[in-house]
Design a protein around this ligand. Structure first.
Ligand SMILES: Cc1ncc(COP(=O)(O)O)c(C=O)c1O
Length: 410
């Protein structure tokens, strides 16, 4: 038995206090990893069909990698980047203008982040005092909620239900919650549901923000992976810049997950507050990475190719899953297909999506991610490894072959 270190009782309550590291709860992604290990151990010759990975499968474009290589050798890029270089801010503003027709002042209305994840950790620091509320869609990307709690606030979950088109029911939020709410965090194209926003929805968000004095944070991580209509920025809607910011990322749309670049843009006072908190937390992304990211943002072709590939793969997956009984529909955006989990398969019944996914992984080596936050759903990602379109087709045929005999019930 391991002995506690002398400081065990000193851990802060926000991470579990003296009980830190002693919990027995196993997190979702750890359960998936364990199930994958079991599938590989039990069936070493059976290929794991991995729809669980939520990361782009390709390298960044050659022009971006070449630019990084050149910038690495420049002496002016060696130091602290603080709140970012003008070249990146200008490229981000020019991208917003070209892609969405949104005009931003690169100096005061754009500030980079080292990937968008840390921005969700920092924005609550700008607004949340103990007792304040952050409104967050569920399922959703959890970071802003975690930090809201770290700062003594609470999170009010807004379930994303198919019946509401995977939009939150803003009218249904209790009056006392609205009164304490300071932040509304939304995410469209939505991960994992794949829903895309409409102008009408964003107009309602702007009205809601004014009516209840709530700042809006719109997570646009997947925005360039939009298949239903043109990508829509929150800032395209009249009045949006008065009430919030949109957070962009180069991860998904430019195959730059590991490069860690994104930006916060919108109301200058919110951008300023974010930049102040950021300045007290990090010293900015390596300037060579910022220059290479600016290069990426100048390209129309790079995100177009990535979108075309994931759209093609999603269409194939919709067809494959529909053949075995899933109610699979083409998502409006993201590289995820979100489909109702089966309630039974292969003579077994499942109480929730997690049980269904564990069965599919262990029994069939078909990996997907369960979501039980608002109904029981499975998320299939098309970021699997396949060297060409023929390999994609082989993978789809194998997926159908594995699932067909299971007699999936929904
Ligand atoms: C919805 C959503 N928002 C934000 C992020 C963070 O992306 P990054 O930190 O790579 O910009 C992710 C990454 O998975 C995501 O899925």
């Amino acid at each position: 038995m391991s002995v506690d270190p002398w400081f065990q009782t000193l851990f802060a309550d926000r991470i579990g206090g003296a009980g830190y590291g002693k919990g027995t709860e196993i997190y979702k992604f750890e359960k998936i990893k364990r199930a994958k290990r079991k599938a590989l151990a039990d069936h070493p010759d059976r290929q794991l069909l991995d729809f669980g990975i939520g990361e782009n499968d390709d390298l960044a474009a050659p022009v971006v990698r070449d630019r990084l290589k050149a910038e690495v050798d420049k002496v002016e890029n060696r130091g602290y980047a603080d709140n970012g270089i003008a070249a990146f801010k200008e490229a981000a503003a020019a991208f917003m203008a070209r892609q969405f027709g949104v005009t931003l002042d690169p100096v005061n209305e754009v500030c980079h982040c080292i990937g968008s994840k840390p921005a969700y950790a920092m924005l609550p620091a700008c607004f949340i005092n103990p007792g304040d509320v952050t409104l967050m869609t569920a399922p959703g990307y959890p970071v802003a909620g975690t930090y809201t709690r770290y700062y003594g606030g609470t999170v009010h979950r807004l379930p994303l239900l198919a019946a509401n088109g995977f939009f939150p029911d803003l009218d249904g939020i209790p009056a006392d919650v609205k009164q304490k709410a300071k932040l509304l965090v939304i995410n469209y194209p939505n991960s994992p549901t794949g829903a895309v926003a409409t102008k009408d929805f964003y107009k309602r968000v702007v009205e809601f923000a004014h009516a209840h004095k709530v700042v809006v944070v719109q997570d646009a991580a997947h925005i360039l992976l939009t298949y239903q209509g043109e990508p829509l920025s929150f800032l395209q809607v009249d009045g949006a810049k008065d009430v919030g910011v949109e957070v962009h990322s180069l991860s998904k749309g430019f195959n730059m997950i590991g490069w860690r670049m994104g930006w916060v843009c919108g109301h200058p006072k919110i951008v300023q507050a974010y930049a102040d908190v950021k300045d007290n937390s990090d010293s900015g992304q390596f300037m060579a990475v910022q220059q290479a990211s600016a290069e990426a943002l100048r390209s129309v072709e790079i995100p177009r190719e990535i979108r075309v590939k994931y759209e093609r793969r999603l269409r194939k997956l919709v067809t494959a899953l529909a053949q075995v009984g899933f109610e699979a529909k083409m998502p409006g955006g993201t590289y995820f297909l979100y489909a109702k989990a089966p309630t039974a398969a292969g003579g077994k019944t499942f109480a929730n999506a997690e049980e269904a996914s564990q069965f599919l992984i262990v029994d069939q080596s078909v990996c997907c991610v369960p979501w039980d936050d608002a109904g029981a759903y499975l998320r299939f990602s098309v970021t699997y490894t396949a060297k060409d379109e023929a390999a994609e087709d082989v993978l789809m045929a194998e997926t159908v072959a594995r699932l067909k005999g299971l007699n999936l019930k929904f």
